[in-house]
Design a protein around this ligand. Sequence first.
Ligand code: AHG
Ligand code: MN
Ligand code: MN
Length: 355
Amino acid sequence: MHQGRTTLSKFLIQQLQGSPEQNDLAALMVDIAACVKAISAMTSKGMLGDVLDSLDSTNVHGETQKKLDVLSNAVFINTFSMGGLVAGLASEEVDIPRYIDARDGKGRFLAIFDPLDGSSNIDVNVSVGSIFSVLRAPEGRTPKPEDYLRPGSEQLAAGYALYGPATMLVITVGKGTHGFTLDREVGNFILTHPNIEVPADTSEFAINASNERFWEPPIQRYVAECKAGKNDVRGRDFTMRWIASMVAEVHRILMRGGVFMYPRDMKDPGKPGRLRLMYEANPMTMVIEQAGGLGSTGRARILDVIPEDIHQRVPVILGSSNEVERIERYHRDYDSGTDQRYTSPLFQERSLFAN
Ligand code: AHG
Ligand code: MN
Ligand code: MN
């Protein structure tokens, strides 16, 4: 046993001492850690756990649910319902936000979460995760659906769990981004990655390249330049990664830099992107920004987007600051007509993209 290790609880007591709200926030983080341990135990059993199958049900996005999506969702809902800290919750797997009749009537927070991200990977034994976001609940009354629709800049805390070869919990309460590794035998999360910093520069990008023909010109330009490598404008070679598990991609970027893109595309013009603002983009952007990176739609800071629907989708460009700024510049060039190569033939299409 290592001496002097910092457990999650000790770390939270040190970071969040003071007001009653801060104490409750520390307690909520400990509740979330308990959920993560339970889900980690389920995912790590693999086929032996009888939890990998698909169900007949679909969620609000029309996606077929896996048994583990539903079980992970239940773990969070049960914990928050019993915990007395949360006044209401919203989840990828819950159609309408649910209000919790907290036993003491004093839940200070709204919890919003993706209980199992990357669940299309679960049957091939690739890393999956959970993502969470914490907002302040309205005082003295039951939360209404519109109370959840706050911009990501108002999140009190955010983070994710990564169920990989090791289970990790990465959190921010607005004072940097910090990573903890689960010591499975003892059951403690131990601080292993304090004050994570995303390098400003990178030579690694992540995007589902099968959608290339549906991308907007600024993204086509960026990826084409990366692929052209050191004899072209970028002056260096890039490499590409795609795990199809946002948690695993964001974790890689936190550890060694990179840029992750799920941009707006024309595959289904009714959907402004694949990922969801409230329980994927916002919490991951807070984690990345607190580590010195940036999160953008290409045209706006993700954390400044005013939500209109709890399940709304948003374009996501996340990671090393110099690359995200470059991609934002390419969007400005395109929108203003500055870049002739990528503007003129598609000029008419621009009006389709509102933000
Ligand atoms: P979820 O499993 O919660 O529905 O989210 C999966 C997301 C995200 O993890 C990943 O980045 C993306 O979907 C993968 O999309 P593609 O299948 O288009 O690659
Ligand atoms: Mn997800
Ligand atoms: Mn999910």
